[in-house]
Design a protein around this ligand. Structure first.
Ligand code: CTP
Length: 401
């Protein structure tokens, strides 16, 4: 459940801080990648060394450390996590979170993060029941902060009551539950194609195109994030491998087609690759030389249309086939026509005119064309297009299981 999930664990100063070591150990055991921030007070209870040894990562502590900031700025720290967990969430850090204070690395990161946050409160019973803490918890709940615990029992201060840090197993269960709820595509298989294809002329030359694979790779990552078992079939690109995705690397359209067939059956197919329409009929087996008889003649043959093939009715047809239509004019009309011509279910149509910077860039402006109409999405990052498309796919399956 937690494979490759990125957890940012914030450890403030409380007696129960030592339990965060066990939490980090179990999170890693479950496949998560854990980065930790230790507050100055937290460091009075556990050492940075023990946290670093258990997480296998550098422990971050100081907002004003030049080395830390250059290696991993606090904004990146705040954003490169799937979930932020604060354990033990002391009365002090909860108050700072409610107030929006940014007085150290932990609170600054909590203010800068756009990721979901789970807190595991732990404090003396009077502190927990104080009107100030109650008001803070209400404020935090109103902002969507998730809470696990606190439990009831003997407290470190010698009193008895509510305020004990939730058991590590319960914190783990809350974390797993969070990811399970966000995995509506669990149990479904997805195939994504991405990048260009290269069609050889001879052993060193090829016909290719400028597709960067950014959009296709982001879609594969977004589908995996929602729990789909995702196979990404990619042409030659410089994009890093997305987490949690099985990758098949190919070069030519024929190889891509074979890889797609091998990856079937799947319920979802998103064909985002810029497949070369033609290939050289008989690529030279040796490098073509300038032999004084002028330019060589290249006979081209049409490549199979993978999207049209996979869209054909039959047992192996994925329940939802999505194609891309990249055009430089009449984007919408061409997209609507392409959906019909190819027989796919949805088309993501976008304008790739040179001025738009879509090819190779990070932004994309798309229209989602479905049988019942078209949605025009505002310009957004390719990762945001991917997340929104994955969400639309999940909604499609939850509406018609
Ligand atoms: N596609 C495919 N196999 C091909 C060609 C295209 O699977 N041999 C898929 C692409 O991955 C994309 C869609 O089909 O999802 C794009 O269709 P295509 O007809 O190639 O679009 P363009 O080349 O943009 O259109 P046109 O040829 O009409 O200019």
């Amino acid at each position: 459940m937690l494979t490759n999930k990125r957890i940012l664990l914030i450890v403030p100063g409380g007696i129960a801080a030592y339990k965060s070591l066990e939490l980090a150990r179990q999170l890693r055991g479950a496949g998560a990648r854990v980065r930790a921030i230790l507050t100055a007070a937290g460091a009075k209870f556990v050492t940075p060394l023990s946290l670093a040894a258990i997480t296998g990562e550098k422990v971050y502590a100081d907002l004003f450390s030049l080395t830390d900031e250059s290696e991993m700025g606090h904004i990146r720290l705040a954003r490169e996590a799937d979930l932020v967990v604060v354990s033990p969430a002391t009365a002090d850090i909860l108050a700072k979170m409610a107030q929006g204070l940014a007085s150290d690395l932990a609170t600054t990161t909590l203010l800068a993060t756009d990721r979901p946050v789970l807190v595991a409160p732990a404090m003396n019973v009077q502190m927990w029941e104080h009107a100030a803490t109650k008001a803070n918890m209400e404020t935090l709940a109103g902002r969507g902060i998730m809470v696990v615990g606190p439990g009831e029992g003997d407290l470190a201060c010698g009193e008895v009551g509510v305020g004990r840090l939730a058991e590590v197993d319960d914190i783990l269960a809350a974390i797993s539950g969070f990811f399970a709820a966000r995995a509506p595509l669990r149990g479904r298989r997805a195939i994504v194609t991405s990048g260009p294809t290269f069609e050889p002329l001879d052993p060193v030359r090829f016909i290719g195109n400028r597709s960067s694979g950014k959009q296709g790779h982001a879609i594969a990552a977004a589908l995996a994030e929602l729990g789909a078992r995702t196979t990404l079939i990619s042409g030659p690109v410089a994009e890093p491998d997305p987490a949690g995705v099985e990758i098949t690397r190919i070069e030519t359209a024929l190889e891509m087609r074979a890889a797609v067939k091998r990856a079937l059956p799947a319920e979802i197919a998103v064909l985002a690759a810029a497949v070369a329409d033609w290939r050289v009929q008989a690529p030279a087996t040796e490098k073509i030389k300038k032999d004084g008889r002028g330019a060589p003649r290249l006979d081209l043959v049409e490549n199979p249309d993978i999207l049209a093939e996979i869209s054909r009715p039959g047992d192996a047809r994925p329940a939802l086939v999505i194609g891309f239509a990249a055009d430089t004019e009449d984007v919408l009309a061409n997209g609507v026509a392409k959906r019909k011509a190819k027989g796919c279910d949805w088309i993501v149509a976008n304008d790739v005119s040179p001025g738009t910077g879509v090819f190779g860039g990070d932004q994309n402006t798309v229209h989602l064309i479905r049988p019942d109409g078209t949605e025009d999405w505002p310009p957004m990052a390719k990762s945001a297009v991917a997340a929104r498309l994955a969400e639309a796919i999940a909604n499609h399956f939850s509406a018609a299981p």
